[in-house]
Every structure is written in C-alpha cells, then in structure tokens.
Design a binder for this molecule. Structure first.
Ligand code: ZN
Ligand code: ZN
Ligand code: ZN
Length: 1018
C-alpha cells in the first residue's frame, strides 16, 4: 500500500515544504529508509507515514532516533540530524591494513621528511632489537613510545627522522643456526656458516619490520640500519681502529667470564646472577717458613692457615693466599697445631672446622703475612702470602685462596705479585696438565675428586654445600667460570687523546660527560656512573664466527698485531665495499703491501686474527654508523630510549664508543621505560603462557589499541599488560572515537569553513568558553608530549571526551545544532566550535591514535593549504583554536562567569534529578526553573539570561533577584513547564499552536520552518 507523498498538498497555498526539504537534505538516506524518491519532486512513502499537517501519526520505526526526539515525519526532515560517513564501528583489524597500504603508496614517511625539510632537527636514535624472534609486548611498548615522541616532535615543527635499527650478529643466532646445521657445521667454511646466520637474521628483521609497521610506527623502514650491512660493518671496524690508533686497545691474558657451554668469553653485560649450589671447602695450607717471623709465640709450632672456597676445582690453579693488610688475624692452637685466621671469623671457623679447645697464641695484622710461603695442599708448589683490600670479613676465614687464571681480582693480584696466570682449564671447561685424579674432567665434575684428594692429604678441615648467587651466562643460563685467556681489551685507564694528562682517562672523562646528559628517570645517572666507576677494561673479543671480525694482521712469528693506519684504512674500505665477509675471502689477503715487516721481530709473514668483536661494540657504534650514512644528522643525537638493562649494555657501550671516537656522549638525553609484566607482576614469557602478543591484539582488536594501551601506562614504572586491560583500553577507544570524533564529524556535514565559520567575537559565549577549554587542553597536552607524559594525555583526553564534551557541551548544543535553521548564526557558531575542537584534537592525538586521527582528518572539511595527511600537520596554535591570532589566550572574565554558571548548573542538575525521582517531571525539557539569586551571582546569570534554558536543557528559566541559598547563593525551584510540547524540538512553550500553518510547533520552530520555506531568514 503506497501513498504518493506530497500530492495531497499540491493544493495548499504554500509550496509543499516536504518536497523542498527532501531536496535540501538530498543525500540523507538513513532517515528515509522507508521511502523512495520517484522523481525530483516526488517521494513514495510506505504505509503508516504521516501524509499531512495536523494528522500527525508517528512512524515509530523511522522516527525513533535517539531517546530525545520522536518527531512527526515531515518535521523530522527539517531537523539537522548528524550525518557522516565516519563509521561508529572502527573495525580496526580490517581497516588499519588498508590505511597502511595508503601510507605506503603515498610514501608518507618521505612526504613528512619533505614537509619538515630545513626545520630544526630532533633525532631519537633507535636502539636495535635483536633479530632472533617476533616482537613481543615489551618491544611494542618500546617502539610505540619512540613513535609517540618522533611524531609529536614532528607535529611540534621539528624535522624528526627515525631510522629503525636491528642488531643482527651474535651468539643466539649462531647457536640457533648451529642447531639447525648440526654436525654439518664442522665441515662448513666460516663464510658458509655466516651466510646461514645472515639468512636467519634477515628473516626476523623482515618479520619484525612488518610487525612494527603494523602497529603504526613510521620510519625509514625500507632502509633501516642493520649491524650486518657492509656500511655498518665498516663503521664498527673504524670505531675499533679509532680506539686502537689512540692507544686504548691492548691484547693480553686476562681472566674473563667464560661460558663453557658456548665456548666464548662473555662481557660483564652478558652475565646474570642466579642461584647456584657449590661444594664449599675449608682447606689447610701449611706454612713453610719459620713461624717466629710472625710472632715469637709461634716459634717451633706447626702453623697453617685456612682458606675457604666455593670452587674446589680452582685449587690446582692456587698460586697465593690473600690476607687483608689492615684486619687483625689470630693464631689459634688446637690439637697440637696452630691455625691462622681472621680474628673476626675465628669463632665461626673453629666451629665449622671442629677445632677443639682453640687457644689464641698471638694477634697480628694481615700485613705481617705478606710474602710468606705456604705449601699447596696437593701439588708440589710454594703458595705466596699476598695482601688484598678485597678480602672481606663477612664469610669464610678471612684468607682467600688466589687463582690468577680463574678470578678477575685474583688476576689483578697475580699481576701485582708476578704470579703464573696460565689457565689449565680449556675452552670446554676441562682441566688439563694436573694430577690424574682430576685431569680430563669438567670443572664441576672435578670438585668431588679434588675434595677426596684434600681428604687423603689431610688438608680438608670441613666441607658443605652452599647455595649462593653465582654468575650465569645470559644466553644459555649455564654457570660461567673465570678463565685466563688471550683477549682484546679497551683499557679504561688510557689517557684521552689531547687530554689533560694521565689522570684524564677514558674512565674519568666518561664519568665527567655522564653528568652533562639528561637522565630520565634521574637515577640513571648514578646507575651508569657507578658502573663506569668500577667496570674493568672492556673485553671486546669473542671466539665465534657470526660477527664483525677484529680485522687485524698478526705477525706469524711473534704473534704481535700490526697496527698500521694505512692498512687499517684499507680494511675499512674493503668492509664498506664487500662487507665483513671479505675478511674470510682472498680479497683481504693482499691488503698488507709486499715488503711490510713486523716492527717487533722483523718477520714479513702475517696471518689474520680470527676473533670477532663483542656485539656490544657493534651496537655501541650505531649512531656513528647512522651519521656516517646520513652526514647531515647532528652530533650528538637528542634521545636514546631503552629498558633498564641497557645501562650495562647499549647505553654504556654507545657512550664508550662515542667517547673513544668523538670524546663526547652520543646522546643529550636517555629515557628508560620499566618492564612489561603480567597482572600478577611477573615477567611475561611465551613459555609461561602469560604473554600478551601485540600482533595478535592488532589482528583482533587493532594496532591502535596496542598504541592506546602504551599511552595509558606510566611507562617509567613497570607496566602491566593483559587481555583484560587491552579490552578496557578498547572501551576507552570507543569513547574517544564516538563521543569526540563521530559526534563532531556528524554535525559538520553542511559546514564549509570559509563560508560558514563564525568569527570568535560573534560566537555564542558557551562556544567561546569551550574553545578556551580546548586551548587549555591543547597546551597541557603539548607540555605532556614534551615531558613524555603520555599517560596524562590519555587521562585528560578521556575526561575531555566523556565529561567536558559528551556530558556537557555536546549535550547542550544538540538543540542549536539540530533544531536551529541550518544557516543560523547560533548553529554556525556551534559548528565553528565543533570543527575547531575536532581539528585540534585530531592533530593533538595523531601521534598516539595514528590510524584514527588520519581517518578523522579525511572526514574533516577540506580547506585550502591543509596537508593531505594529519601526520604532516602541526599541533594547533592558539590562533588555530580561536580562528584568529588577536584572541587573547586567556579570558579571565569569561572563565570566572563560567565557573559561576557551572556551579549553578550543578545545583540545577541536582534539583532536576530530585524532581525526576519524585515523578514531577520526566525529561528535563518538561521542566521550567525559577532561579533566585543575589549578586554577584545574579548579575552573571542576568548577563547570560537568554542562554540559561539551553545551558540547563529546560524549557524556560525565570530569573529573580533575591536572597538565594545553596553554596552559590542561588535557589533553584523546579516546576512542570507551562504550555504544550513542541512536536519538533520537544521544548515546552505556551505559544505552541499560535502558527496556523504549523500548529504543533513552538514559536522558535515556527520561525525556522518559515525560514526554510522562504529561504529567507525570519
Ligand atoms: Zn652460555
Ligand atoms: Zn713479529
Ligand atoms: Zn520547537
């Protein structure tokens, strides 16, 4: 049953309004789902629709839009309902990849570079993640934070390029490739193994690159820096040569951390402390010299000292016993023998070693024992009494067995006393050149036969198991040992080139420079200073294959390295050309010119060093490599941002590499996020199953949700990630998307800024007030971006969307936007404000909500000169928010007025709520108010008298001067509104029915309808 809509009015005196309105709202299907246009002027409406004024049946199905409006059909068409193609449902998993394709096609990163060309530079230098697996929530947090910073600096006007980097060399990859290759590896040349490792690293570089892009990170992704490119490898080598040529480098025997499992030396940064149970022994070392030299009371006695060690396997390497020079020692007589131990520990030792009835014979300082000779408990060896400050009085006996080949401090003591530091433990941890009882055994397996040996020689006084914190390999988690090996070192004590002398060393200068860096959080300064203060020389060599070789020629006859600047340059050039692989090819064989001789022994034959560099030296050279590639980048960079473990790692190695090549730190500032934990505060790991995979979240909820989660956490603390939190962030995302962006865009469908924008001075006071609020929010947000306080932005924006906009501003201006004549100044004023708020917020949030703000940007009115992408735009200035530069940023009078008005509004809302509860009214528009107030409140209310009914969303406000009550001195009386309900705007008015053409509408709406009909303002 179809009715021809409009035909029944052809006879009316005025032209049929609805036809013209239909054309006016031509593109407006959603409200017309039940009608079809059959010609320019005719629409068919299905049964039940209203076909003439005064009859007014409702078509419930079409006309219920929102709870507040239920309007006869043809009147409904005169309402400026929101319309926008910006969807309520974001469908991020589906739409983000499309946006990424668009960005890829338009080369957004290059366009941004072009747009910021010549602007001041801001360089956040990326720390390279390791290429041995997919990204996880921690890496996503890291990259999102960097992306927020880079994008916010870009929008603040800086040229902020971002070159992502990857750390591709090193043990974990080599081990994984070893496993894949199995026994085959032994038959393969180093080059073939390196090719396999390269493939492996490239695979994960490609995967991580894809994953970082998926979460919306912008950067020079098609040409990242990677530690395995020829250019990068050549810079690693030239960084080393810079140290080498300035005398920082030496090759020497040194007790270094050694992983027997991985068969390599480890840096301090590669060692982690874990609990380990050791066999601990108390061992007697007999004094060979005359005890009377210590004290006359000991003359003729059988004297020993007692050492204590948790590593019995190091006893074959025992070369000395160390005493503290200043601490007091005691000689205890028991069972016919005398034992020397520290006084402070004497009671404890006597108990453990079962010394019956111990009697002190003499007390003396440790220094009296220096250079005395003791007897090794099972080898034919004199063991020297030595002094050392590191001997402590908290555990053991106060006497430290010293094996220079198996301890860092022992080694240093050994150098001082000229002790033998030869290691008789091979790279697999097997003891060599000793007694048959333990030779050929691995260190841990040697403990037991050595304890038996001590027992059989009568030297063992006590043994027990001790659990203690012990260094472990951070890669394979096996306990490590100290082992003296020939290694390459960078000396921390080398005087700085061109410096102030021998006290101006790499260590002291680095400590000075640390103070000039901005550490965020501030504890970073002390943490790194303490590490630099106490760190040993940097062991930079590793005995592996997958890395940059220490490309130095060694004399075949004396083994000494050839340090020739011209040859060094040639190798660097070769690496730049052919990559570090060239060290393993004949290409590098001809670098040493014929006739070159060893300056030490005169030999003319050289071989190539086979060690590779510590990967920390490689990644430490990353900014040097980047500015080698981009010479226009400034030195130093502005910011490094990595986790707290990088104080031992990348922050430190980068600092030392920079100090050794340029004499200043590579960064002005260093920021450290906390760890990413699960809801129980535990570290996330795939194996534990408590990890939140950012790629999975992106695929299910959206990359934007991962980003917003990052913004929601206070990253300087440890942060918590979980499925539940992601879902909660998703809820917040919907609030921002709909309460702010969709609401705003929906009301801008007929707004053309150049034609319709209202100058600030002519805007409605509420709109002006909201623009001031928006500017204040903008300023806060920009300051928080500068402080990297993204969680505060998140909180403020949520509050702004939900409280300031949705529950207040948008609620109030709905009436103006929907029911005022489309081109009325009241409506245009609100649209102007909504447009400026939406523009400002899209720009302000683009660094965080990169996908959504770009989407919003495409739906905002296009104006001349506006960049194609929000990511090329700038943050809003005051002149953008107010629309002109002459508006003062603050308006104290306006602000004061609104503090008063909002105070009254609070009271009104409360009064309305009470009235609603007592069933006096339903919707607030059914109410009218009487406000009784005295000054100063009264004059403010009077000044805004015409606005009050809109502000409170009631049908009428009656203002009376008199003594009020309440906190603001205003009394609020609520009554049922007089008159009838307007069918169009739902306000109550006593004048509904006055207009005979439109008998069901109020005087306001009647004016609007006449205007629409005549096309002339009424
Ligand atoms: Zn290991
Ligand atoms: Zn030589
Ligand atoms: Zn009305």
């Amino acid at each position: 049953m179809l009715t021809e809509f409009g035909s029944s009015h052809a006879t009316a005196s005025s032209p049929p309004l609805w036809n013209r309105l239909y054309l006016y709202f031509g593109g407006y299907d959603s409200a017309f789902r039940n009608s079809e246009q059959i010609s320019d002027r005719h629409v068919l409406v299905r049964a039940g629709a209203w076909t003439g004024p005064g009859i007014a049946p409702y078509n419930e199905k079409i006309q219920s839009f929102g709870s507040r409006h239920q309007v006869p059909f043809e009147l409904k068409k005169t309402i400026n309902l929101p319309q926008t193609a910006f969807p309520m449902k974001a469908n991020l998993p589906h739409n983000e990849p499309k946006m990424l394709e668009r960005w890829e096609r338009s080369r957004i990163y290059d366009q941004i570079r072009q747009a910021r060309k010549g602007a001041p530079r801001y360089i956040l230098h990326d720390g390279p993640p390791y290429t041995s697996g997919p990204i996880h929530l921690g890496t996503a947090l890291n990259k999102c934070l960097k992306d927020f910073i880079v994008k916010s600096k870009t929008m603040a006007g800086f040229d902020a390029p971002y070159v992502p980097g990857w750390d591709c060399h090193g043990l974990p990859i080599e081990i994984k490739v070893d496993k894949e290759l199995g026994g085959k590896k032994l038959q393969m040349a180093p080059l073939a193994v390196r090719a396999e490792c390269r493939k492996y690293a490239q695979k994960y570089l490609d995967l991580q690159r894809k994953q970082f892009k998926r979460i919306g990170v912008f950067g020079r992704f098609e040409r990242p820096y990677a530690t395995m490119t020829p250019q990068y490898e050549s810079v690693v080598l030239s960084t080393f040569f810079s140290f080498y040529e300035h005398g920082f480098v030496y090759k020497g025997l040194r007790a270094v951390y050694w992983c027997m499992h991985d068969e390599t030396a480890l840096a301090e940064a590669e060692v982690e402390y874990e609990n380990h149970t050791s066999s601990t022994v108390w061992v007697k070392y007999r004094l060979r010299d005359d005890p009377a030299v210590i004290d006359a009371a000991l003359a003729g006695k059988k004297v020993s000292t007692i050492i204590w060690t948790t590593t019995p396997w190091t006893l074959p390497a025992s070369m000395a016993v160390a005493f503290h020079p200043e601490e007091e020692y005691v000689a205890l007589e028991s069972g016919g023998e005398v034992y020397i131990v520290a006084s402070k520990l004497a009671q404890d030792v006597a108990g453990k070693c079962n010394l019956a009835d111990p009697k002190p014979l003499a007390y003396f300082p440790g220094r009296k024992l220096e250079r005395l000779n003791f007897q090794h408990p099972f080898l034919d060896r004199k063991v020297l009494g030595v002094l050392a400050d590191y001997v402590t009085m908290d555990t053991g006996t106060g006497v430290v067995h010293t094996a220079p080949s198996h301890g860092a401090e022992d080694f240093i003591t050994g150098v001082k006393y000229g002790l033998d530091a030869t290691s008789n433990v091979d790279e697999k941890g097997i003891l060599r050149n000793g007694l048959p009882e333990y030779t050929g055994k691995r260190v841990w397996d040697a403990n037991s036969p050595i304890i038996d040996l001590l027992k059989s020689r009568g030297a063992l006084l006590h043994t027990e198991k001790t659990e203690h914190s012990y260094p472990h390999c951070w890669r394979c988690h096996n306990p490590v040992i100290f082992r003296a090996t020939e290694q390459w070192f960078i000396s921390m004590e080398t005087p700085m080139p061109g410096g102030a002398g021998k006290n101006d060393t790499l260590r002291t200068r680095t400590l000075e420079e640390i103070k000039k860096v901005k550490w965020d959080p501030g504890w970073g300064e002390e943490r790194l200073s303490n590490m630099i203060q106490t760190r040993p020389d940097w062991c930079i060599s590793r005995q592996r294959v997958w890395g940059v070789p220490i490309a130095v020629f060694l004399c075949e006859s004396c083994g000494k390295p050839l340090n020739d600047k011209a040859i060094n340059r040639k190798v660097v050039e070769l690496f730049g050309r052919s990559g570090a692989d060239a060290w393993f090819t004949p290409e590098s064989d001809n670098i040493v010119p014929p006739g070159t001789t060893c300056p030490h022994c005169g030999s003319a034959k050289f071989e190539k060093e086979t060690d590779i560099f510590d990967v920390w030296l490689e990644s430490g050279a990353s900014y040097l490599a980047l500015i080698d590639d981009e010479p226009s980048y400034p030195w130093p960079s502005d910011l490094y941002l990595e986790g707290g473990d990088q104080y031992r790692g990348w922050f430190q190695s980068s600092l030392l590499c920079a100090m050794g090549t340029r004499g200043t730190p590579p960064y002005r500032g260093v920021v450290t996020p906390g760890w990413t934990l699960d809801e129980k505060g535990q570290a996330m790991s795939k194996s534990r199953g408590n990890d939140v995979d950012p790629v999975d979240i992106s695929n299910r909820l959206g990359g934007e949700i991962v980003r917003l989660w990052v913004a929601s956490v206070d990253f300087r603390e440890d942060v918590v990630g979980s499925e539940a939190l992601m879902l909660r962030v998703g809820e917040n995302y919907r609030e921002i998307r709909n309460k702010l962006f969709k609401n705003a865009l929906g009301n801008l469908f007929d707004f053309d800024p150049p034609a319709n924008a209202v100058p600030f001075a002519k805007m409605d006071p509420l709109d002006r007030y909201m623009l001031h609020q928006t500017w204040s929010v903008s300023r806060d947000i920009r300051n928080w971006y500068d402080d990297f306080a993204f969680h505060r932005i998140y909180q403020r924006v949520n509050h702004f969307c939900i409280v300031d906009l949705s529950a207040f501003y948008f609620d109030i201006i709905k009436d103006r936007l929907y029911t005022f004549a489309p081109n009325s100044i009241g409506r245009r004023s609100a649209q102007t404000a909504v447009w400026r708020i939406c523009e400002a917020m899209a720009r302000l949030l683009a660094p965080i909500l990169s996908f959504t703000c770009e989407e919003v940007w495409q739906h905002l009115p296009k104006i001349f000169g506006r960049p194609e992408s929000v990511h090329m735009a700038h943050f809003p200035e005051a002149s953008d928010v107010f629309g002109e530069s002459s508006v003062p940023e603050q308006d104290p009078q306006l602000t004061q007025d609104w503090i008063t008005l909002l105070g009254v509004r609070e009271q009104v809302l409360k009064a309305l709520e009470e009235e609603r509860n007592s069933k006096g009214i339903g919707k607030s528009l059914e109410a009218q108010l009487t406000l009784t107030a005295s000054d100063p409140g009264y004059s403010v209310l009077q000044r805004y008298a015409s606005q009050l009914r809109y502000l409170f969303i009631v049908s009428a406000v009656n203002l009376v001067e008199g003594s009020g009550n309440g906190t603001s001195g205003v009394r609020v009386d609520v009554k049922k509104a007089e008159g009838a309900k307007c069918d169009r705007c739902w306000n109550y008015s006593t004048r509904v029915g006055e207009d005979k053409t439109y008998p069901t509408v109020c005087e306001r709406c009647s004016r609007v309808l006449k205007e629409l009909e005549s096309g002339q303002p009424q």
